[in-house]
Design a protein around this ligand. Structure first.
Ligand code: S3P
Length: 432
């Protein structure tokens, strides 16, 4: 079963930068891929090891930090000092950069042969490095232009090409065949009068930039940056899974997706779902639904009583009924799910279809320390709740992973910080 497309998310494709995503096999060699909201590379790597992950995509602004941190670096990472794909191989963190295939794939897909082309790369940051490396390795004659000449010169020396300052491009553009723009939307350095219909422009910026409209007006061949995202995907997917990706499926993930109306919080007991939900609801101005509370009201009894007296099968059935009803409601809500909701395949599917699913994660040990064990019959029935929690979490983690759009760790965050983090990330999706 293929659960993900490496370039986007089966539920949502946010225009905002993906902080981290990772591939994660279970015992039957299925894979799950989702985002990990992380404030820095150390936190991401800590979670990578703690969760037993095997691969991770990395986006700006963490590409340089992850390259530094890796045990083994591919030659392209050595040259660019940046990585977008890390894979655990024989216990070592190996860093690769598939952005170079994003560049060459996009250009070649546009019917352009790179070999022999005079190429001008605007910008010497992460994207500029990938462009310069990719074009040079495909036989292009590359010049890197950057506001700080020194930075362009350093990159050019590592890649083996030429460098110039941005104020020199007026002289270079008439001789160039291919211009790759990696500068931010608001940096406007190319004069429309310098462009000719014979120019090929590849705009690494996904959003419309000033250069995009100028290129179109000047009649240049224009290649959209969205292809970069597409073509960096397959080589990362191969590294993660050892399988051949379905490019058509990946293309679909690039299309605008419908944003689900609800926000569902999933995760182990004690991760912080019920504490974070009201904070997030307040921030987003959305009502909050605590599934366990609705269930207790519906059954007229407490959860421990229901599970102990009527059994877990009965409880799961009620949990399914309540969550189905809540997810079908037209009022967008923040839904705090019970820790075991993801064990039901129908609910995993419904959650993904109807909500932006956020996995609040804390280590099982931390979770047990935070909860009142007797009120959680699933753990209370075991003599040692710690080892029971570790075992149960191991059984469930793939289900959390395959259901969620994004993980946020509450290991070292207060509920307010968790809520703020979710608010920021989910807000980018809601705002479009
Ligand atoms: C359960 C988690 C609980 C509650 C029930 C079962 C589970 O919810 O639904 O005790 O199986 O993990 P919380 O995660 O809110 O504690």
């Amino acid at each position: 079963m293929k659960l993900f497309s490496i370039i986007g998310n089966p539920v949502l494709h946010s225009k905002s930068p993906i902080l981290f995503g990772y591939a994660y096999p279970n015992s039957s060699n299925e894979f799950a891929y989702f985002r990990m909201a992380s404030q820095n590379v150390s936190e991401a790597m800590q979670l990578f090891h703690e969760l037993g992950l095997t691969g991770m995509n990395v986006t700006a602004p963490f590409k340089n930090d992850i390259a530094r941190l890796a045990d083994v670096r591919g030659p392209e990472v050595e040259a660019m000092q940046a990585s977008n794909t890390v894979v655990l191989e024989n216990g070592k963190i190996c860093a690769y950069n598939t952005d170079i295939f994003g560049v060459s794939g996009s250009i070649e897909n546009g019917g352009v042969t790179i070999a022999g082309k005079r190429c001008l790369v605007l910008g010497a940051g992460g994207a500029g490095s990938a462009a310069a490396y990719a074009l040079h390795s495909k036989g292009g004659e590359v010049t890197i232009a950057n506001r700080t000449l020194e930075k362009a010169a350093q990159l050019a020396a590592r890649v083996g090409c030429k460098a110039c300052a941005l104020n020199e491009i007026e002289k270079i553009i008439p001789q160039a065949d291919l211009i790759v723009n990696t500068l931010y939307e608001d940096v406007d350095v190319v004069n429309e009068a310098w462009l000719k219909p014979t120019h090929i422009i590849f705009n690494a910026i996904y959003h419309n930039s000033k250069l995009a409209s100028k290129a179109k007006k000047a009649g240049c061949k224009f290649i959209d940056g969205a292809y970069w995202l597409l073509f960096q995907g397959p080589p990362a997917y191969r590294r993660f899974t050892g399988l051949e990706p379905d490019l058509e499926n990946m293309k679909k993930a690039l299309l605008p997706q419908k944003t689900p109306k609800h926000i569902a919080l999933i995760g182990f007991m004690g991760a912080g779902k019920s504490t974070v939900a009201p904070l997030l609801g307040r921030q987003l101005n959305m009502p909050v639904i605590e599934v366990d509370a609705v269930l207790e009201q519906k059954c007229g009894n407490t959860i421990p009583h229901i599970i102990n007296e009527k059994g877990e099968v009965f409880f799961r059935q009620k949990e399914r009924e309540v969550l189905e009803e809540v997810l079908a409601s037209p009022t967008p809500s923040v839904i705090s799910c019970g820790g075991g909701a993801v064990t039901q395949p129908e609910l995993r599917k419904l959650l993904k279809e109807n909500s932006i699913v956020v996995w609040i994660y804390a280590s099982p040990e931390k979770c047990v320390n935070r909860i009142d064990v007797p009120s959680r019959p699933i753990l209370a029935r075991h003599a040692d709740p710690y080892s029971a929690a570790v075992e149960l979490f191991e059984k469930r983690k793939f289900m959390y992973a395959q259901t969620s759009w994004m993980l946020v760790s509450s290991n070292h965050r207060t509920p307010e910080q968790v809520s703020n983090f979710i608010y920021e990330e989910v807000g980018k999706v809601l705002r479009g």
